[in-house]
Write a protein that binds this ligand. Sequence first.
Ligand code: ADP
Length: 248
Amino acid sequence: DVKPNSVLYLDNVSVSFDGFKALNALSVVIEPGELRAIIGPNGAGKTTMMDIITGKTRPDTGQVFFNGQTDLTKLDEADIAQLGIGRKFQKPTVFESHTVWDNIELALNRRRGVFSTLFYRLSSEDRSRIEEILATVRLTHRRDDLAANLSHGQKQWLEIGMLLAQEPKLLLVDEPVAGMTDAETAETAILLKEIAKTRSVVVVEHDMGFIRDLGVKVTCLAEGSVLAEGSIDFVSADPRVIENYLGR
Ligand code: ADP
């Protein structure tokens, strides 16, 4: 069973580190165009789940199907990225001494294997795509500013823009709103919902206000398995979720 209509299917995935089960028969299905929030206490296995999807960590048992066919556990990290799975880590890693525009342009070129822009001319389609991405990540008015001069939240958005330039079919986003202002956090919820109109997005976050703003299906992990899954109201009313996570 590969769940042919899913974009991602973690099937019974387990992995141990020094005898400690970081993931314990974890099964999660993400539908095409879905935006899914992953919550859970520290050590629940959220990061390990992302590491398994991107091929950074190999599971001991279980499989991970992408688009209902490819088993990602057989591929290495570069091949998985090439298939269209992008990941944004918690800390923004933008090129501070480059402009906002150039950061997106560099990401666009990197996708094509072009590492020097010296002799490379952007096509008009490329320019339009960069403009479109800048609008999506709320940075059109900052396009000529150095990335170093952006706020923390804007740097997070810029990095999301750089990932969009690689046209991922599935985007994994790790704690995007940590350290953001309330206004940036609220805007990020809207932004991610817009992005999820054209791709699937999995977001790991602790900020429950943000999770509520997203208003999407939530998976709560604990001890490497799914503790509860459903709407935020459903999940946050689950006594085990309260005991293991929310009530702490
Ligand atoms: P979360 O992201 O939900 O906080 P993690 O996936 O980071 O949880 O961690 C789950 C458990 O697995 C933790 O106890 C962590 O210490 C352990 N772990 C994760 N990755 C490794 C690794 N590469 N080597 C050893 N232990 C790890």
